[in-house]
Design a protein around this ligand. Structure first.
Ligand SMILES: C[S@@+](CC[C@H](N)C(=O)[O-])C[C@H]1O[C@@H](n2cnc3c(N)ncnc32)[C@H](O)[C@@H]1O
Length: 340
């Protein structure tokens, strides 16, 4: 039997739980934060759970941490002392490894310390044990969820926890001159799907305005064709690598096989999106990558996702479908155009 904490985007926990129920017989859930964070108990071992998640990662499960230890919270300085002792005696191999401390606090936790204070104290303990505290891509993450009565403490790698951000909450710095928050979605997709947009040459951006995605692709050095009846931000006009077609996507046609990347963020009805994407199929080279957001506008997201994927799979191979932290009522699809 193993215990875990699962996290989804706010309002989507029930879909994550439905996906998990289909993967694990005998799974039991308890809510920790409404619509978002839940505790689960499974008859399977840690290795079995991780192997299943690796093979069939649920779309709506943003983050998972094992519950290796539980500790009562007293609401005073003893709490930091107890956490330090726990880490000191955890018998986790720390020597020569990089490690990060991730603390999340429930809304009504009695724990009085901030994430920064807790991290400072526990980093010192990890250093004592021979680990090197690290922020990005650590070998090990010590995840602590400070609940309303107790700490839930677990160790894992970023890969096992599905993210190297606390609770999978990816934070990017807003840059000066950034056109839209939507840019974060494409940045997160690039990291999550382990892509490097700089490796592509010619991108087609359908539903491009105001231009956050186009801006990112131009910054990565690509030639970009942006299609949208709405206005692109004027700051993009200075890029000579940009072609802007102020049109509806159904009114544009291109030479065959000229794009190696398609991005589409139309926030439109899913089936219309599928139709518009498939209409542009010929313009994509075989093996081209597609990053597409899929709006969840109806009551049955899992059904819509299945329908959309089965239509797209006639021409694309699905690499991954994931609700990213920066997705609101949508998920992001990563696809590769099939040969021929
Ligand atoms: C969410 S916004 C895109 C934001 C953009 N990715 C960014 O980073 O700034 C959706 C856009 O899709 C466009 N759109 C909707 N239907 C379209 C269609 N049939 N053809 C082209 N663009 C469309 C809308 O005009 C709108 O500008």
């Amino acid at each position: 039997m193993t215990q875990w904490i699962g996290t989804a985007n706010h309002g989507f926990a029930s879909y994550a739980m439905e996906e998990l129920r289909r993967l694990f017989d005998g799974i039991k859930f308890t809510q920790l934060a409404a619509g978002e964070i839940f505790r689960m108990e499974l008859p399977q071992s840690r290795e079995e759970v991780l192997a299943v998640l690796e093979a069939k990662e649920p779309i709506f499960l943003r983050h998972i941490q094992p519950i290796d230890r539980l500790l009562p919270i007293y609401g005073n300085a003893d709490d930091l002392e107890a956490l330090s002792d726990l880490v000191r005696h955890a018998r986790i191999r720390c020597e020569g490894r990089t490690a990060a401390v991730h603390l999340r606090r429930a809304e009504r936790t009695p724990f009085i310390y901030s994430a920064a204070d807790t991290k400072a104290v526990l980093d010192a303990v990890l250093t004592e044990l021979g680990a090197e505290p690290a922020m990005q891509s650590p070998d090990l993450i010590l995840s602590i969820y400070a609940g309303t009565e107790q700490f839930y403490v677990g160790w894992g790698t970023p890969h096992e926890q599905l993210s190297d951000w606390p609770g999978g909450a990816v934070r990017f710095q807003r840059e000066e001159g950034q056109i839209s928050r939507a840019k974060f979605k494409l940045l997160e997709a690039e990291r999550t799907f382990r892509l490097d947009f700089a490796e592509f040459d010619e991108a087609l951006d359908i539903g491009a305005a105001p231009g956050g995605w186009t801006q990112l692709l131009l910054e990565r050095g690509l030639q970009v064709t942006a299609v949208d009846p709405a206005e692109l931000h004027p700051s993009l006009a200075s890029y000579h690598r940009l072609t802007y077609l102020k049109k509806n996507a159904s009114d544009v046609k291109f030479q065959p096989e000229i794009f190696d990347l398609l991005v589409c963020d139309m926030s439109w009805s899913p089936m219309q999106m599928v139709k518009l994407v498939l209409e542009q199929l010929e313009a994509l080279a075989s093996g081209a990558t597609a990053i597409i957001t899929l709006k969840l506008m109806h009551k049955k997201p899992l059904q819509i996702i299945r329908d959309v994927i089965s239509k797209l799979e006639t021409s694309f191979e699905l690499k991954k479908a994931k609700q990213l932290f920066h997705n609101r009522d949508e998920i992001t699809l990563y696809l590769i155009k099939r040969n021929g």
